[in-house]
Design a protein around this ligand. Structure first.
Ligand SMILES: Cc1ncc(COP(=O)(O)O)c(C=O)c1O
Length: 370
C-alpha cells in the first residue's frame, strides 16, 4: 500500500484551491466600498431563504448568536427550560444560557441524534421548547419531534449549524420549527473565511424582531424599534457565500459519494458502526458535514491512523454537553457516555480524493485484520 498524508482538514486549501476567484470577488466588493449591510448580503439572504424554502433569512455574526437572538426575539423568560441533545456543540447550550434560559441536555437515541423518549421524559412545567441538533448533516426524525412539541405546547428551534442542504421527507433542515440557525464557519459544508451564521425564519413579525436584534435595534427601514446588538454578517463574507451557494449541490453530491465509498469499503468490519449510507429512497437526505463512526479500540485506532499520516478528530473534544460538570450539568446519560468512548470522525471534505479514501479504508482494515 502506497503511503499518503491525509490531514483531517486543510484550512489553507479553502483559499488556495480557488484563490484567483476569491481575489476577484474581494476586489469587486471592496472596490465598491460595500462592507456592511450591502447588496451582496441582501442577495445572499434572499438566495439562502429561497434555497431552503423559508420566507426570510438574516445573516448574523455566527450560529451561536443566531440561536441567542432567536430566543431573545421570542421573549424567553429567566428559568425557561429548553431541551437539547447532549451530543451537540456546547454552543447550543450556551446560547440558551446567555438568553436567560436553562439548557436541558438529554440522551441520544439509536441514530445518535436526540432521543425522542428522553425528550418526553425531560419535559417539566418550565419547558418551553425543543432545540434538536441536525447533527453531522442529518436531520432528526422531525415527525416524532413535532408530535411531542404539539402535544406539550412547545416550540421547536433547530440547531441546523451542521446541516444546510440536508432534508427529511424532502423538507430542508432548518425549516421545521419557528426558526433555525446555520453556521458558515470555514469548515462547514458552506463555509466562509471567518465566523458567520444565519437565521432561517418564516414568520414576518419574528423576522423583523430578529433583524432588529442583530443590528442595534434598527429595522430594515433604519428606524430603531428596540434595544439591539451588533451581530451582522460581513458583506465580503456574504459575497463569498453567494458564490459558493451556486455550486452547493455539487459539493453535497461529492460528499455523498465519499460517504458511499466509506460504506462500501468499511461496512463489513464488525468492529465499526458507520453512519447510514446516502440514500435517495429513505426519508433522510444527508449532507455529511462529518463522517462520524463508532469503533472498538477507538483510541488505539486513532493512534494507528495518526502513525500512518491520517488525521482524525473526536468531536467536541470528546465531551457531550452534560460532561461539562463545572458548568452545572448533573444529568446521567449512559448512551451518550458510551458513544463518547467510541466515536471518531474520519476525513470528510472536498479535498480528499478517491485514492485517499481507499488508503484510509485499507489502513483502517489493516488495524483490525492482522
Ligand atoms: C451543532 C453546532 N451548533 C452550533 C455551532 C456553533 O456555530 P458558530 O461557530 O457559527 O457559532 C456549531 C459549530 O461548529 C455546531 O456544529
Amino acid at each position: 500500500m502506497m503511503t499518503r498524508k491525509i490531514p483531517f482538514f486543510e484550512y489553507p486549501r479553502l483559499w488556495t484551491d480557488s484563490k484567483q476567484e476569491y481575489i476577484s470577488i474581494f476586489d469587486h466588493v471592496a472596490s465598491s466600498g460595500g462592507f456592511i449591510l450591502q447588496k451582496d448580503l441582501a442577495d445572499f439572504e434572499t438566495e439562502l431563504a429561497k434555497y431552503t424554502g423559508v420566507n426570510y433569512s438574516v445573516g448574523v455574526g455566527n450560529a451561536t448568536d443566531a440561536m441567542e437572538i432567536f430566543l431573545e426575539a421570542i421573549g424567553l423568560n429567566k428559568g425557561d427550560e429548553i431541551i437539547i441533545s447532549s451530543h451537540t456543540m456546547l454552543a447550543t447550550a450556551s446560547a440558551i444560557k446567555f438568553a436567560g434560559g436553562v439548557p436541558v441536555p438529554v440522551d441520544i437515541g439509536e441514530d445518535n441524534l436526540i432521543c425522542t423518549d428522553s425528550i418526553e421524559n425531560s419535559i417539566t412545567s418550565n419547558t418551553i421548547g425543543i432545540m434538536p441538533t441536525q447533527l453531522n448533516g442529518r436531520v432528526c426524525d422531525m415527525d416524532k419531534i413535532i408530535k411531542i412539541a404539539q402535544k406539550n405546547n412547545l416550540f421547536i428551534v433547530e440547531d441546523a449549524a451542521q446541516a444546510l442542504g440536508a432534508k427529511f421527507k424532502g423538507k430542508h433542515a432548518g425549516t421545521f420549527g419557528l426558526a433555525s440557525c446555520i453556521s458558515f464557519f470555514p469548515a462547514k459544508v458552506l463555509g466562509c473565511f471567518g465566523d458567520a451564521g444565519g437565521v432561517l425564519v418564516n414568520d414576518k413579525n419574528l423576522y423583523h424582531k430578529i433583524f432588529q436584534l442583530h443590528d442595534h435595534g434598527r429595522d430594515i427601514d433604519g428606524e430603531v424599534k428596540r434595544w439591539g446588538r451588533n451581530s451582522r454578517l460581513d458583506n465580503l463574507q456574504a459575497a463569498i457565500l453567494r458564490h459558493k451557494l451556486k455550486n452547493y449541490d455539487k459539493v453535497i453530491e461529492r460528499r455523498r459519494e465519499v460517504a458511499q465509498m466509506y460504506q462500501d469499503r468499511l461496512n463489513d468490519l464488525s468492529e465499526l458502526q458507520l453512519p447510514p449510507p446516502p440514500s435517495t429512497t429513505s426519508n433522510h437526505f444527508d449532507v455529511y458535514q462529518n463522517y462520524e463512526i463508532t469503533a472498538d479500540k477507538r483510541d488505539d485506532l486513532k493512534d494507528y491512523l495518526n502513525e500512518k499520516n491520517i488525521g482524525t478528530l473526536i468531536q467536541w473534544g470528546g465531551k457531550g454537553v452534560h460532561h461539562f460538570r463545572q458548568l452545572g450539568f448533573t444529568q446521567k446519560l449512559p448512551k451518550t457516555d458510551k458513544f463518547f468512548e467510541r466515536c471518531i470522525m474520519l476525513p470528510m471534505n472536498m479535498f480528499i480524493s478517491n485514492e485517499d479514501v481507499d488508503y484510509i479504508c485499507e489502513t483502517v482494515k489493516s488495524f483490525y485484520i492482522k
